[in-house]
Ligand binder design. Structure first.
Ligand code: CMP
Length: 144
């Protein structure tokens, strides 16, 4: 199915100059970029984004991590993009992530795992609405 998903380069990914390489992987795979912005995230937005994690012991550290610098957030579109971007990103815990995945190639610790990708179609729809206004998602075409 033609889908959209939310991918975010977390503050460690921006600080380590990995934004270009991460975008390149999605472009190379054939997905279409339809939204992109860089922002310093508020705790308010994060508490919505991570609403299922608010009670976890690592949540305060997660907030500190995610507000430690700007993030680059993107919407990618394409066939099965939700599941395929999870595969490209790799396991949440970099210890388990395969080489060839973004986390498997660029990270060693779960609390600095470089990138986020929505975990389901419903999650993607929820997160896209949370991070983007509809007018900022562009419907463009060339050859797909
Ligand atoms: P992500 O899957 O993008 O969204 C939830 C985030 O919470 C996850 O990436 C990690 O950054 C973080 N996280 C999940 N589990 C842990 C944990 N046990 N310790 C620290 N951070 C975690």
């Amino acid at each position: 199915a033609r889908e959209q998903t939310l991918v975010a380069v977390k503050p460690d990914g921006v600080q380590r100059r990995l934004v270009g390489q991460i975008i390149q992987r999605f472009e190379q795979r054939g997905f279409k970029l339809v939204g992109l912005k860089m922002l310093q995230v508020s705790e308010e937005l994060l508490s919505e984004h991570y609403c299922q994690l608010r009670t976890k012991p690592f949540y305060p550290g997660l907030l500190r991590y995610m507000t430690s610098g700007p993030v680059v957030v993107m919407v990618w579109e394409g066939h099965n993009v939700v599941q395929m971007s999870r595969t490209m990103v790799g396991h949440t815990n970099p210890t388990e992530a395969q080489s060839g995945t973004i986390r498997g190639d660029f990270s060693i610790h779960i609390s600095r795992n470089v990138v986020h990708a929505s975990d389901s179609l419903e999650g993607a729809q929820r997160e896209i609405q949370l991070w983007f206004q509809a007018k900022d998602l562009l419907d463009w075409d060339c050859c797909d």
